[in-house]
Design a protein around this ligand. Structure first.
Ligand SMILES: Nc1ncnc2c1ncn2[C@@H]1O[C@H](COP(=O)(O)OP(=O)(O)OP(=O)(O)O)[C@@H](O)[C@H]1O
Ligand SMILES: [Mg+2]
Length: 274
């Protein structure tokens, strides 16, 4: 089966500033990938390339069998749902519901399908109670969630999200994690830029790290998060559970809370686990 997303030798420069250089990787349907790296590593540039807001100077970005090169963002929205770093400023309709339904309507879907997708996306992010509010009457965290709901409502084959949990509290982060897992289970490929490594550990499976615009690592996220010596030069700090797992030398080095609790209970001989 072909990849949902494929970058093949991708390079991009802003004038004289090289932001990405020879980046190649594939993401399959249903895969959950964290895109990591220090400030300025090229993560947002990569997101903009996948969403079609920028086009590569070298190489090709494929979404399914579409070369994104000749395509406008509106066309790519049939396959790519995106959330940008300042997503809370992305909304423009008079109500949250209208904003979330904009994408499905723009795709030309029948009214009942627009309604289904809109209501499902609102529900997935617990925004039902805010559906009739004006987006700018909501706090920034909920505005961001509304923008994410808009991306989910496209039911795209690729979801590319830039810092979806920045500024969210623990409960909202869990909400986002659940919604993303559900979309991945239904087959969406997830590419999620995040500095929130605890969120990444709980929600995502594979880690791609950019360093100075180049691909530095591409491997199971758990392996990366338990490798402090490799994270440190990249300005990344292992999340607590991963650090604990290493410090206690837990078998399998779990990085998720639940897995670590099970393993701890087992090695402590304290019964069947949680
Ligand atoms: N509009 C622009 N014009 C010129 N240079 C830019 C522009 N946007 C980004 N850059 C440069 O491109 C490089 C990659 O930037 P990018 O925003 O993709 O990084 P990032 O990994 O998203 O960083 P952060 O974690 O701070 O969001 C950096 O050197 C940045 O200064
Ligand atoms: Mg960025």
């Amino acid at each position: 089966m072909s990849a949902a997303l494929r970058l093949d030798g991708v390079g991009f420069s802003y004038g004289a500033v090289a932001a990405l250089c020879d980046v190649s990787f594939d993401v399959a349907a249903g895969e959950r990938v964290a895109l990591l790296g220090r400030n300025g590593a090229g993560k947002t540039t990569l997101v903009r390339l996948v969403a079609g807001l920028l086009h590569p100077n070298a190489g090709t970005v494929w979404v399914g069998d579409w070369d994104t090169g000749g395509r406008a963002p509106e066309e790519l929205a049939r396959r790519v749902g995106s959330l940008f770093q300042h997503a809370d400023q992305q909304l423009f309709a008079r109500t949250v519901r209208e904003d979330v339904s904009f994408g499905p309507r723009a795709l030309g879907l029948p009214a009942h399908e627009v309604r289904r997708r809109t209501e499902e996306a609102l529900e997935a992010l617990a925004l039902g109670g805010h559906a009739t509010q004006h987006p700018y009457d909501l706090p920034p965290a909920l505005r961001k969630l509304a923008a994410l709901a808009g991306a989910l409502a496209l039911e795209p084959i690729v979801l590319v999200l830039d810092e979806p949990t920045a500024g969210l509290d623990r409960a909202l982060r869990a909400q986002v994690a659940d919604a993303l897992r559900e979309h991945a289970e239904r087959g969406a490929a997830l590419l999620v830029v995040t500095h929130d490594l605890a969120f990444a550990a709980e929600t995502l499976d594979r880690g791609i790290v950019l360093d100075g615009g180049r691909l530095a690592y591409d491997e199971p996220l758990a392996a990366l998060l338990t490798s402090a010596e490799r994270l440190k030069p990249l300005g990344l700090v292992p999340p607590t559970v991963a650090a604990l797992s290493v410090a206690l030398d837990l078998p399998g080095r779990p990085v998720r809370e639940r897995d670590a609790a099970h393993t701890l209970a087992r090695v402590a001989g304290g019964g069947p686990g949680l």
